[in-house]
Design a protein around this ligand. Structure first.
Ligand SMILES: Cc1cc2nc3c(=O)[nH]c(=O)nc-3n(C[C@H](O)[C@H](O)[C@H](O)COP(=O)(O)OP(=O)(O)OC[C@H]3O[C@@H](n4cnc5c(N)ncnc54)[C@H](O)[C@@H]3O)c2cc1C
Ligand SMILES: NC(=O)c1ccc[n+]([C@@H]2O[C@H](COP(=O)([O-])OP(=O)(O)OC[C@H]3O[C@@H](n4cnc5c(N)ncnc54)[C@H](OP(=O)(O)O)[C@@H]3O)[C@@H](O)[C@H]2O)c1
Length: 627
């Protein structure tokens, strides 16, 4: 059987893609090489047209065992945390694949490479901002800085050899679904040479980030400013603010972090705020630089470190009831946060508490642990200017309320991102329909991961993923697991394409909209969760907690998917032999055992095993009910 590999045009360990990128395929399993005839033919089959004899194409599977694996090419847009995780999981669980992560930046790690403003740090305890399976024992502080987080993802990529999949300084500009070949044609600009390349993939994953397209504020005269104009997400580290008159627009998470970091250096800091926002440690973990002895414990006592991580993760998982409007948890949090903010603002400029403490529910906008923010607002060199900026002149900002011109040397825009979810590259799906058309009114996803009419196309952190509902990295793991479950079926069955059914997407969106009515996210605040609107639909969040999401997507509901096959859908049954029988090293009686250790089949009992039900003594579960 091994000799059949000679039917492949090239030696079987080398695959060259359309842009000449060579990847090794040496990890192909023996049986994949043995089934070289299936390999070659099925690969070829993916390039035929609608009128082709798809039964004939799938037919060669009949010569091999069940679930014969075909070669799978995946292209991913972006090498931030999501793209790297895809590479890790694909490499860990699959053979016989090719993967390319196109990354426009000169380094990996996305958010944590781009956001270098002073004070940039995670807003959740860093020990919860690691992959569930990849702890880091030496975070310097509870809320670690952006360079450290960047370092975490770099180390992750190095440890697992993921850099080989990444093509840096390559920007994806367009992707078109080719129904005649069941593949994505992808245009990529090599930013070093300016040349455009064409690549092709069986599956396209968009991991381009929802907080990646930073935006200037829409204020008249912005470009007339003669001083230094900078955005937090495009920071210039050579910028020296010492002794300067600095203006800061915004009081979102970025502004809350940058203000206390620069305040001690600058001559004067004028911060322009349009509305109040909640500022406080949300999860009860105050900022704290780890002492050397704590770091020694984390390093030398894995059980203690695991217990610490779990405690923080549980704390983050426990916040969800707060997002339910009128819940006891929201009420308690509202009062506690109000008290805390009043306390921190006591004795500061008159009336500050009145304008800064909001009336909308806690969590309507993302809460940031404002380490030192409120305290810094009261410093002598800080002026809080409340209200709209009417226009920007060459000297500074003119405020609407009094027409006063605030003269500045540097203007920092902490004004956030375009969070419309519309990809910044053209995406054209089935029937030539573009994503711009599909999402003209609203970005509608299937469970945060896929779009009706766009076959073999996945999103990581797509619309209505749980990006603000609780822990984040673990839901990204769940999304990639889900994507790879479908990829697995694509690879081992004679599937041409899969896309979520339109009615499934509509039902999900209708349920989500109904759910959101009962949350604080629909309160009267402007937030990127609602595409930077005050009263728009909640497009960024999942209708439930992160733990809820993990359970929701654990098992794909294939009935929600439009699955198209090459020919007879059962051709993958093959020649009647199992994969076990073609593996001479396998135990051919693996099911014979001396007790029943099989997993429970009922969802509830199976979950109780997974979540270790009965091992924690939690006396009461509160917070969900109206107070
Ligand atoms: C300042 C800041 C702080 C944050 N803090 C937290 C936090 O504390 N906790 C938390 O849970 N989340 C936080 N987030 C959210 C954070 O974005 C996610 O946690 C996570 O890092 C997202 O990873 P990602 O890979 O999906 O996206 P990104 O990190 O945005 O990566 C996307 C990558 O895709 C690349 N890309 C985009 N378009 C193209 C293209 N056309 N072609 C090629 N490459 C492309 C980008 O260059 C980028 O490298 C923060 C976000 C910001 C902006
Ligand atoms: N780890 C962290 O702590 C951290 C740090 C940064 C970012 N993030 C993530 O990134 C998200 C975005 O945060 P962000 O702070 O960059 O953006 P943001 O939350 O969208 O805040 C943007 C700020 O700019 C203001 N603004 C925008 N346009 C304006 C204009 N024309 N005039 C005056 N003010 C204007 C907004 O005012 P209004 O509120 O009045 O609209 C708001 O205060 C966060 O929610 C979070 O998910 C996290």
């Amino acid at each position: 059987m091994g000799s059949k590999t000679s039917r492949l045009a090239k030696p079987d360990h080398v695959v060259t893609n359309a842009v000449g990128h060579v990847t090794t395929n040496a990890h192909r399993p023996p049986h994949a090489r043995e089934n070289g005839d299936i390999q070659a033919t099925v690969d070829g089959a993916s390039h035929a047209n609608e009128n082709r004899d798809t039964h004939a194409e799938a037919h060669p599977r009949l010569k091999g065992p069940i679930h014969a694996e075909r070669h799978m090419k995946i292209v991913c847009v972006g090498a931030g945390a999501s793209g790297l995780l895809l590479a890790y999981k694909l490499q860990r669980s699959f053979e016989n694949f090719e993967l390319v992560l196109y990354e426009k930046n000169e380094q990996i790690s996305g958010t944590w490479f781009e956001n270098k403003y002073p004070g940039c740090a995670c807003d959740v305890p860093a020990h919860t901002y690691t992959w569930s399976f990849e702890p880091k024992v030496d975070w310097s502080a509870v809320y670690a800085g952006s360079d450290e987080i960047h370092g975490y993802f770099e180390s992750f990529a190095t440890k697992y050899g993921l850099h080989k999949y990444v093509k840096l300084r390559h920007c994806v500009t367009h992707a078109t679904w080719d129904a005649t070949r069941d593949a994505w044609d992808i245009d990529v600009t090599d930013l070093a040479t300016g040349q455009t390349l064409r690549d092709r993939a069986d599956i396209l994953v968009n991991a381009a980030g929802v907080l990646n397209d930073w935006r200037w504020p829409d204020i008249e005269g912005l470009k007339e400013f003669k001083g230094v104009l900078v955005h937090t997400a495009n920071w210039d580290r050579s910028l020296d603010l010492t002794g300067k008159r600095v203006g800061l627009i915004g009081n979102g998470s970025s502004a809350i972090q940058v203000l206390p970091a620069i305040q001690p250096k600058v001559a004067k800091l004028t911060t322009f705020i349009r509305r109040g926002t909640w500022v406080a440690p949300a999860q009860g973990f105050e900022q704290h630089v780890y002492a050397p002895e704590e770091l020694v414990t984390f390093r030398n006592d894995p059980a203690a470190h695991l217990a610490y991580r779990k405690k923080q993760e549980e704390g983050t998982n426990a916040i969800f009831p707060m997002f339910i409007a009128g819940s006891a948890a929201q009420d308690t949090m509202f009062q506690m946060m109000t008290r805390q903010m009043r306390e921190k603002l006591r004795g500061k400029a008159e009336g500050l508490a009145e304008v800064l403490i909001p009336q909308f529910g806690v969590g309507c906008r993302r809460i940031t642990p404002g380490v030192g923010y409120l305290e810094a607002l009261g410093k002598e060199n800080v002026e809080v200017v409340y209200g709209d900026i009417e226009r920007i002149t060459e000297r500074g900002c003119v405020t609407a309320v009094d027409g006063a011109e605030h003269e500045l040397d540097v203007l920092i825009c902490a004004t956030g991102f375009n969070t419309s979810y519309m990809p910044r590259f053209g995406v054209v799906g089935e029937g030539g329909r573009s994503m711009k058309q599909e999402w003209a009114k609203e970005a509608k996803s299937y469970l945060g991961m896929a779009v009706a009419g766009f076959p073999n196309y996945f999103l990581v952190i797509g619309p209505n993923s749980p990006i603000g509902n609780g822990p984040v990295l673990v839901f990204m793991e769940a999304q990639i697991d889900y994507i790879l479950k479908l990829a697995n079926r694509w690879q081992t069955e004679n599937i041409r394409s899969f896309a979520p059914k339109r009615e499934a997407v509509e039902d999900f969106v209708a349920h989500k909209d109904q759910f959101m009515k009962g949350t604080v996210w629909e309160h009267d605040c402007r937030s990127w969760y609602k595409s930077n609107s005050v009263s728009g639909k909640v497009s960024a969040l999942w209708p439930g907690s992160t733990l809820h999401y993990l359970e929701a997507i654990a098992d794909p509901r294939y009935e929600d998917w439009e699955i198209r096959y090459k020919g007879n859908r059962f051709t993958w049954l093959g020649n009647g032999l199992s994969q076990t029988e073609v593996d001479a090293t396998a135990d051919w009686a693996y099911y014979v055992r001396d007790h029943d250790d099989s997993p429970f089949l009922g969802r509830k009992k199976a979950l109780k095993v997974l979540n270790k039900s009965g091992t924690v003594d939690r006396r009461e579960i509160t917070g969900f009910l109206p107070s």
